[in-house]
Design a protein around this ligand. Sequence first.
Ligand code: G6P
Length: 367
Amino acid sequence: MDGSSSSSNSKPITFHNHYNNINTSIKHEKLGGFICVQLEWRKGKANPFASRISARMGPRQMPLNIVDDANRLPRIILTEPAGSSAEVLLYGGQVVSWKNERREELLFMSRKAIWKPPKAIRGGIPVCFPQFGNLGSLERHGFARNRLWSLDSDPSPLPPANNKSSVDLILKSTEEDLKTWPRSFELRIRISLSAGKLTLIPRVRNIDNKAFSFMFALRNYLSVSDISEVRVEGLETLDYLDNLMDRQRFTEQADAITFDGEIDRVYLTTPTKIAIIDHEKKRTFVLQKDGMPDAVVWNPWDKKAKALPDLGDEDYKTMLCVDSGAIETPIVLKPFEEWTGYQELSTVSSSYCSGQLDPQMVLHGLH
Ligand SMILES: O=P(O)(O)OC[C@H]1O[C@H](O)[C@H](O)[C@@H](O)[C@@H]1O
């Protein structure tokens, strides 16, 4: 779906964009049940923010492709020439879909996901900030995943993004958040799509006058064909904290992680590459990360799945969370310091049967 193509019956309307208080001119058209809007930032004389956006985008920059879906949640559609796509919600700053050039969905989304604030959406790539799990006094996994983020007009020092395949989002502390977590921050994320690759660059800036620390994780709900046939390589011999055993520390003994029951572990100080091998699909996800030394592996299995109201009873069979995180050692920022993380998800086709896959080659970049 490409909202940048305007149709003859698309009529421009003007509305006040409450997501970031910018007046925008909109062309809208019906596309497969969505209202598709094409945002054209209008240079606002009295609005320095809007002027900055216009300056950044320049006259020839493609407009962002934003649709307001059936749940009234604005989502940004990213596309790239090879034909893959990604969809990102302002709600949670969350990637909710990533499809390859054959239009196959690569991320898991619960069939019972609740697409309504204040619940976090069960699937895609939720952002866990400033807390992971229950490791603190805040709501589980922090509040970032259930806040409405804004488009980020000034992603510097990153260069301006290509609006067709990339989007910059920002979340700032609200009055309400400051009551429970009294630290002023700016949390940014750049989400970029290229052929076979989805890249997320999160950043946290301390705009407070005192230092603070936080945990951070990108929870990757990967779509797999059958969890019993999946193996994860790259975490062997590492220490992990087992959330199912009061966070006791163990050392991984297996050659690779396979699944036959509930798992909820934080692997510590992992290599920068992890391979998630889906035998049935003959597909391997390669997770590359930086600035987020830990990796969480989570599958609720049958009992927990039944207890989660927004997860289908059988959904655990087709999902696996492998997260990038900075969890065991929280990140500390002095005033005006910024932390930057990096995550890249890509897929390679794989088959043990045909002997095409050597996991070591995938992990060590020899493919
Ligand atoms: O249901 P959520 O808040 O998304 O959390 C999902 C799961 O995440 C973590 O891995 C926690 O350790 C689990 O206890 C929790 O069930």
